[in-house]
Design a protein around this ligand. Structure first.
Ligand SMILES: Nc1ncnc2c1ncn2[C@@H]1O[C@H](COP(=O)(O)OP(=O)(O)OP(=O)(O)O)[C@@H](O)[C@H]1O
Length: 214
């Protein structure tokens, strides 16, 4: 489950904005990520699990986090259930989920690291099209790295066939879902997309069986 320190950090971050979120102590870094998959926002993200051995993604870039967000094409194509099932069946805990149409300001902040890219304007337009996105936060061991594997490579041409993008997408510009690619990104994204009160605390029935190391 979430370490109290981590949970406290996330809640503080959610209350205090993105900058506050990024101040979560590295030693408290959980082995998870948050992600948003779907519609637009990247909250696809995914989640976060407290860990005694912090694991940050090697060479990770800022992303939405695990937080995961199902983008508008994922919602319009009615793939939300299938995508959520991938995380649930793997054993990850759903901490938060909501459907919304992000504002241009939210979309721009979420993808701020891509502002100089030629596809940025189209990306923001796509995410804010009016078809909602589904923002999620998932928790569990290695959820950021595993979440990225579940989602698949950015370009469907390079995605593993068993991944979400590898099975359902053909275009990099319509790749269905976003998932945070690092702890810092997940923390930032969870804070961008969710209020602390939206992050649930509970223990799934088989949590111990799924997350135990020995
Ligand atoms: N060449 C491109 N043309 C159009 N859209 C692109 C292109 N490259 C990336 N994108 C869009 O920008 C998003 C963010 O790109 P990024 O390089 O951060 O990949 P990613 O981290 O796999 O994606 P995401 O952040 O959505 O999970 C991609 O998911 C895709 O929707």
């Amino acid at each position: 489950m979430f370490a109290n320190s981590v949970r406290a950090g996330l809640r503080a971050a959610s209350r205090s904005s993105v900058r506050a979120m990024s101040t979560l102590p590295a030693r408290s870094a959980p082995r998870f990520g948050a992600g948003i998959a779907a519609g637009a926002a990247v909250a696809g993200y995914a989640m976060y699990e407290a860990s005694k051995n912090p694991v940050l993604l090697e060479g990770a870039k800022t992303i939405a986090g695990e937080k995961g967000t199902i983008k508008p094409d994922g919602v319009s194509r009615q793939l939300v259930g299938k995508i959520v099932s991938r995380f649930e069946e793997r054993g990850y805990k759903l901490v938060a989920i909501k459907s919304l149409t992000p504002s241009p300001a939210l979309a721009k902040e979420h993808y701020s690291d891509l502002a100089s890219r030629p596809f940025y304007a189209g990306l923001v337009k796509y995410i804010t099209s009016g078809t909602p996105v589904v923002a999620m936060v998932w928790e569990g061991k290695d959820v950021i790295r595993q979440g990225r594997r579940i989602v698949g490579a950015t370009n469907p041409l390079e995605s593993d066939p068993g991944s979400v993008r590898g099975q359902y997408a053909v275009s990099v510009g319509r790749n269905l879902i976003h998932a945070s690619d690092s702890f810092d990104a997940a923390t930032k994204e969870i804070g961008l997309w969710f209020d602390s009160a939206e992050l649930a605390e509970y223990e799934p029935t088989a949590w111990g069986w799924v997350m135990a190391d020995n």
